[in-house]
Design a protein around this ligand. Structure first.
Ligand code: SF4
Ligand code: SF4
Length: 394
């Protein structure tokens, strides 16, 4: 194979396919989750959402590039009234489509329309078995509604797929969470240990469990798996507690393409925090060019951009050096080794965060809930005391 150089990336690396298109169709959301991964400055992007026609064109363009899995996400996608149209187009184009929802706004009428339109999959977020924690962590009263929505999804013959973000407030309920999944007929439950980006980075000391809690939760999950093999339980270990980073998004510009509410095209959810990057927008850039040739999508593809210790590390192909956003947010250097790695000179930042999470004073700080008012305050720089220790927040 001939090797050309494109922004330091060989063509073998640019011959990748965006198999996964995640459409973050809106940043509006009726929930206010403390752990939300949406950008803390999302309020900047709520006024200029793509139109239905622009989304449909984006779906067509991505399909031509080889995208096959479509995630329809947000914010809460059901706050848009054109999801039915998007679903119908996705079906026509041959996507496997997945609606990722809090359940708020899912009515009998809408689910019937989704079924008729060919929506393949609905992933429902749940927060806890207790009404108190559900309502506390989302800063809403949505517990009862989620139970009803779960039953509705099941009644329409969809696979029952639950996603539960795990943090200090619910991790000790793992056994009951798994029993709840069993009781409502879940086929699949993703126990997604919190990752620290966006709002959850701001609330990190309040949300992070201890290593002991994580180990106990994993042991409970393993026991559950042994006795309930019909429910697939995926336990995603948080990277802070590992000694090597995750292969973020399976590699920059390898298989994931995210189109945000206003049409920016990103290789991962939080890439907009990175400095000196111009992410193309579907309103004015060809999607094929964006994926294959844009400087932004080539910036961290492959391994050519790495510096030491990653450049000469034998594990670099395995993790492609972890997460660029995490390196920048914690260490202030987007090209540094992911600070999760024990070979990184910045690992102490992760260890300090784990220690801080045991500090009762820091644990007891008020949570900053994800809402428009707080996003505006962060944008205005009013909460510097919360964000100063991180780079590029909001
Ligand atoms: S995590 Fe919560 S607040 Fe954030 S988009 Fe999802 S439901 Fe909304
Ligand atoms: S030094 Fe870099 S490439 Fe090696 S394991 Fe750590 S993050 Fe990965």
């Amino acid at each position: 194979m001939s090797v050309q150089v494109n922004n330091g990336v060989s063509t073998s690396a640019t011959q990748t396919t965006p198999l996964w298109l995640l459409a973050e169709v809106t940043y509006r959301c009726p929930l206010h989750c403390a752990f939300c991964y949406n950008p803390t400055d999302y309020d900047k992007h709520t006024q200029n959402e793509l139109t239905t026609e622009q989304w449909i064109q984006t779906l067509r363009d991505a399909r031509k590039l080889g995208a096959i899995q479509l995630g329809i996400s947000g914010g809460e996608p059901l706050l848009r009234d054109d999801i039915e149209e998007i679903v119908i187009e996705a079906k026509k184009l041959g996507y496997y489509s997945n609606l990722i929802t809090s359940g708020v706004g899912l009515t009998e009428q809408r689910i019937q329309a989704f079924k008729a339109g060919g929506l393949d999959h609905i992933q429902l977020s749940m927060h806890d078995v207790t009404e108190d924690i559900n309502n506390f962590i989302t800063n809403t009263k949505t517990f009862q509604l989620k139970q009803k929505v779960a039953a509705m999804i099941k009644a329409h013959g969809y696979p029952m797929v639950l996603n539960v973000v795990i943090h200090r407030f619910n991790i000790d309920h793992m056994k009951q969470i798994l029993e709840m999944a069993e009781a409502i007929g879940a086929d699949y439950i993703e126990l997604a240990n919190n990752q620290y980006y966006g709002w959850s980075l701001v609330n990190r000391s309040q949300l992070m469990p201890t290593r002991e809690q994580l180990e106990r939760a994993e042991a409970i999950t393993n026991e559950f798996r042994a006795t309930n093999p019909h429910v697939k339980a995926l336990y995603v270990v948080p990277d802070y507690f590992n000694d090597r980073p995750k292969k973020c998004m399976n590699g920059w510009g390898e298989v994931f393409m995210i189109v945000t509410a206003n049409g920016d095209v990103l290789p991962c959810h939080s890439a907009r925090v990175l400095p000196n990057m111009q992410f193309p927008n579907v309103k004015d850039a060809d999607l094929g060019w964006t994926w294959k040739d844009s400087p932004a999508f080539n910036q961290y593809r492959g391994t050519g951009w790495m510096k030491e210790p990653c450049r000469s590390c034998e594990e670099k192909e395995k993790d492609l050096a972890g997460c660029r956003c995490q390196s920048f947010l914690l260490a202030g250097d987007a090209e540094a080794a992911d600070p999760v790695c024990t070979k990184s000179p910045h690992r102490h930042l992760v260890d300090e965060a784990i220690e801080n999470a045991k500090n009762p004073q820091l644990q007891a700080q008020p949570i900053l809930f994800r809402n428009d008012k707080n996003s505006k305050r962060l944008i205005a720089g009013e909460l510097k005391e919360l964000t100063d220790k991180f780079h590029a927040l909001p």
